[in-house]
Design a protein around this ligand. Structure first.
Ligand code: G3I
Length: 315
């Protein structure tokens, strides 16, 4: 049985994967993607981001996002929206803008409200704010923070809630999987948002890991997040290695995937896991980290790697 079936059998909501519009012309890829026993949830890797959805102010394009949303519906899969507010893949009219607080507030409200509203009733969850922190736990000094201080987070969550009251609203980041300054900053933020009545429902731990370096505090840290009264999801899991891969590195990767998935499996507040694409054929890793790759459980020929059985064993 597939990974989603296994995940559901232990009480998880889904096991899913990222996908991207340009990959959908690959018939062999699609045959795996569309199987909801394997993947019960999908996330568009790019097509719902700000540069893709509002490239010029007030001009919204949802064609590619709609394709992914319709695919999820056809396949009987949950959809995670990704994302409303992020410093990256942000069109220059936003990132380079000089706005008053009132102007940027209304830009965020219009973007999040229109985006989330367009997909109303179609998404299980939204990454409303993505990657707000630097690795040392300080706030990322992007246009949002520089103009509105931390208030932009509340503005975005309120706009998303108003646009689709049924969608779970998440904050999402990387390097918050292990105990440390960045995780602490995120935990403090979640506490303060909740006590202020900001409508936050979940936290996404991206989980872009390196073979042999899965943090030992992952499980306890998932528990810490869950104890704040939010859902936890592993939203972008992959485990990269130095190329070329070897039997040793592929076996270590199997162990690492098993460790990560077991950590989520053993905490009831950890509701689901998403691979940041399931195949090395379409992984973002080699384009970003030169000489690294092989991060996914399926290889570039769409053949399952040892990592696949590591995941299955954990479920
Ligand atoms: O769309 C253009 C295309 O027109 C052009 O011909 C081509 C040439 O380079 O680039 C295309 O854009 C690329 C885009 O993916 C769509 O394929 C960008 O260059 C490329 O930078 C972009 O990479 C994405 C990356 O986010 C950008 O930050 C990856 O696909 C996507 O998987 C990745 O996802 C992020 C999450 O959103 C947040 N967390 C980290 C994660 C990995 O970086």
């Amino acid at each position: 049985s597939g990974l989603n079936t296994l995940a559901k059998s232990i009480g998880k909501l889904y096991f899913g994967t990222a996908t991207d519009n340009n990959e959908l012309s690959d018939t062999a890829y699609r045959a795996i993607l569309n199987n909801n026993a394997m993947f019960g949830q999908i996330t568009p890797a790019n097509s719902m981001k700000w540069d893709a959805t509002e490239p010029s102010q007030g001009v919204f394009t949802f064609t590619n996002g709609d394709t992914i949303a319709n695919l999820a519906k056809t396949n009987g899969q949950l959809l995670r929206g990704h994302n409303c507010v992020w410093y990256n893949q942000l069109p220059s009219w936003v990132s380079g803008g000089k706005f008053t607080t009132a102007q940027l507030t209304s830009i965020i409200q219009n973007h999040c409200g229109t985006l989330v509203g367009h997909f109303k009733g179609q998404t299980y969850a939204w990454d409303v704010v993505n990657e707000p922190f630097n690795d040392d736990g300080s706030w990322r000094a992007d246009v949002f923070y520089n103009t509105l201080n931390t208030q932009y987070v509340t503005i975005a969550f309120n706009a998303a809630r108003a646009a689709d009251p049924a969608a779970k609203l998440y904050i999402n980041d990387y390097n918050i999987e292990q105990a440390g300054a960045k995780a602490t900053a995120m935990q403090n933020l979640i506490r303060s948002l909740k006590s202020a009545g900001t409508p936050i429902d979940g936290v996404g731990l991206q989980c872009h890991f390196i073979v042999g370096q899965v943090p030992s505090t992952l499980k306890s840290n998932i528990q810490t997040f869950a104890s704040l009264g939010v859902e936890v999801a592993l939203t972008e899991l992959d485990i990269r290695m130095t190329l070329p891969s070897s039997t040793t590195s592929l076996n270590q990767q199997k162990t690492d995937y098993q460790t990560v998935v077991s950590a989520c499996a053993s905490v009831s507040g950890c509701i689901g896991i998403t691979l940041w694409d399931f195949t090395d054929k379409y992984s973002w890793v080699p384009n970003t980290f030169s000489g690294q790759g092989a991060a996914c459980p399926w290889d570039s020929n769409l053949v399952q790697k040892p990592a696949y059985s590591g995941i299955a064993a954990a479920l």
